[in-house]
Design a protein around this ligand. Sequence first.
Ligand code: SF4
Length: 345
Amino acid sequence: MPGFADRIVAWQRTTGRHDLPWQGTRDAYRVWLSEIMLQQTQVATVVPYYRRFVERFPDVAALASADVHEVMRLWAGLGYYARARNLHACARRVAAEHERRFPRTARELAQLPGIGRSTAAAIAAFCFDERAAILDGNVKRVLARQFGVAGFPGAAAVERELWARAESLLPAAAQMPSYTQGLMDLGATICTKTQPRCDHCPVQPTCVALRSGRVDELPAPRPGRSTRTRSAQLLLLVDGDRVLLEQRPGVGIWGGLLAPLQFDRVEEMTTALHALAPGALAQALAPRRHAFTHFTLQFTPHLARCDRPLAAMEPRLRWVDRADIEHAALPAPIRILLRELMAGG
Ligand code: SF4
């Protein structure tokens, strides 16, 4: 009977995905860019971003010499913004320390900003045929089911076991690109989190979870997970066709992006509004929620209108015109909020 890797390779060649815009290249820059964008993000979302990035920054030197704000602006809407900051930092390192060429081994790639062990392995496998194992969230799910590995995959011992499995399964070097792509395709299209399509799965004959009726139980969820909620007050100061936004600091949520002034408490927001626009009144709008990985942000927008120059204007503050809302470096929920707000005139 063919082994696990043989089945994955054969299936990928006949049935897997072959027409993604970052396939058919061994250019480490393009493969790296796609791998970073695909972290925690679906293919359909990534494709237009990838195309825009490659058009604007055709190689690592172009990205390295770009202004970080332009990178953030192009990234806006993809989420997990630390990836964009690391992307830029990584391009600079490759340009400055590696003569504008990505290193050729997973071990060296993993030393670069934003490239973890699994991403380094994917780049090395796709571009240089290295026998390096990937283990992202999708692959953890496939292996946990295929081999009946119990326990939460984020727990250190379980993760160690999954890495050991992943490394023991690798095919010959020449098959690494198809194998790596096949594992990714399987996790994304067949062995999905809910409603996996086991009847179409190339490794169904050896699947422990399927045989023992535990597909729904594996992998185990994070124990005792509770979703924390944080609340925030957002000040939307509007002057005619423009809204006041702040350039957020590089770290923290929405780091490096433009967003309305944010406060923990209504009183703090009112004090800031009076300092900026004495006499202006704020009206609370319906609260909204946005889920981050580790918590949910419940934010209440407060709309205030001002019709005269601000009393104080700090360098981090910026007026953004209604016409620029679609292109500014805004987090997705803020863009939606401003779209609705400014559409009303
Ligand atoms: S048989 Fe089903 S559960 Fe097992 S690896 Fe394939 S899709 Fe996943």
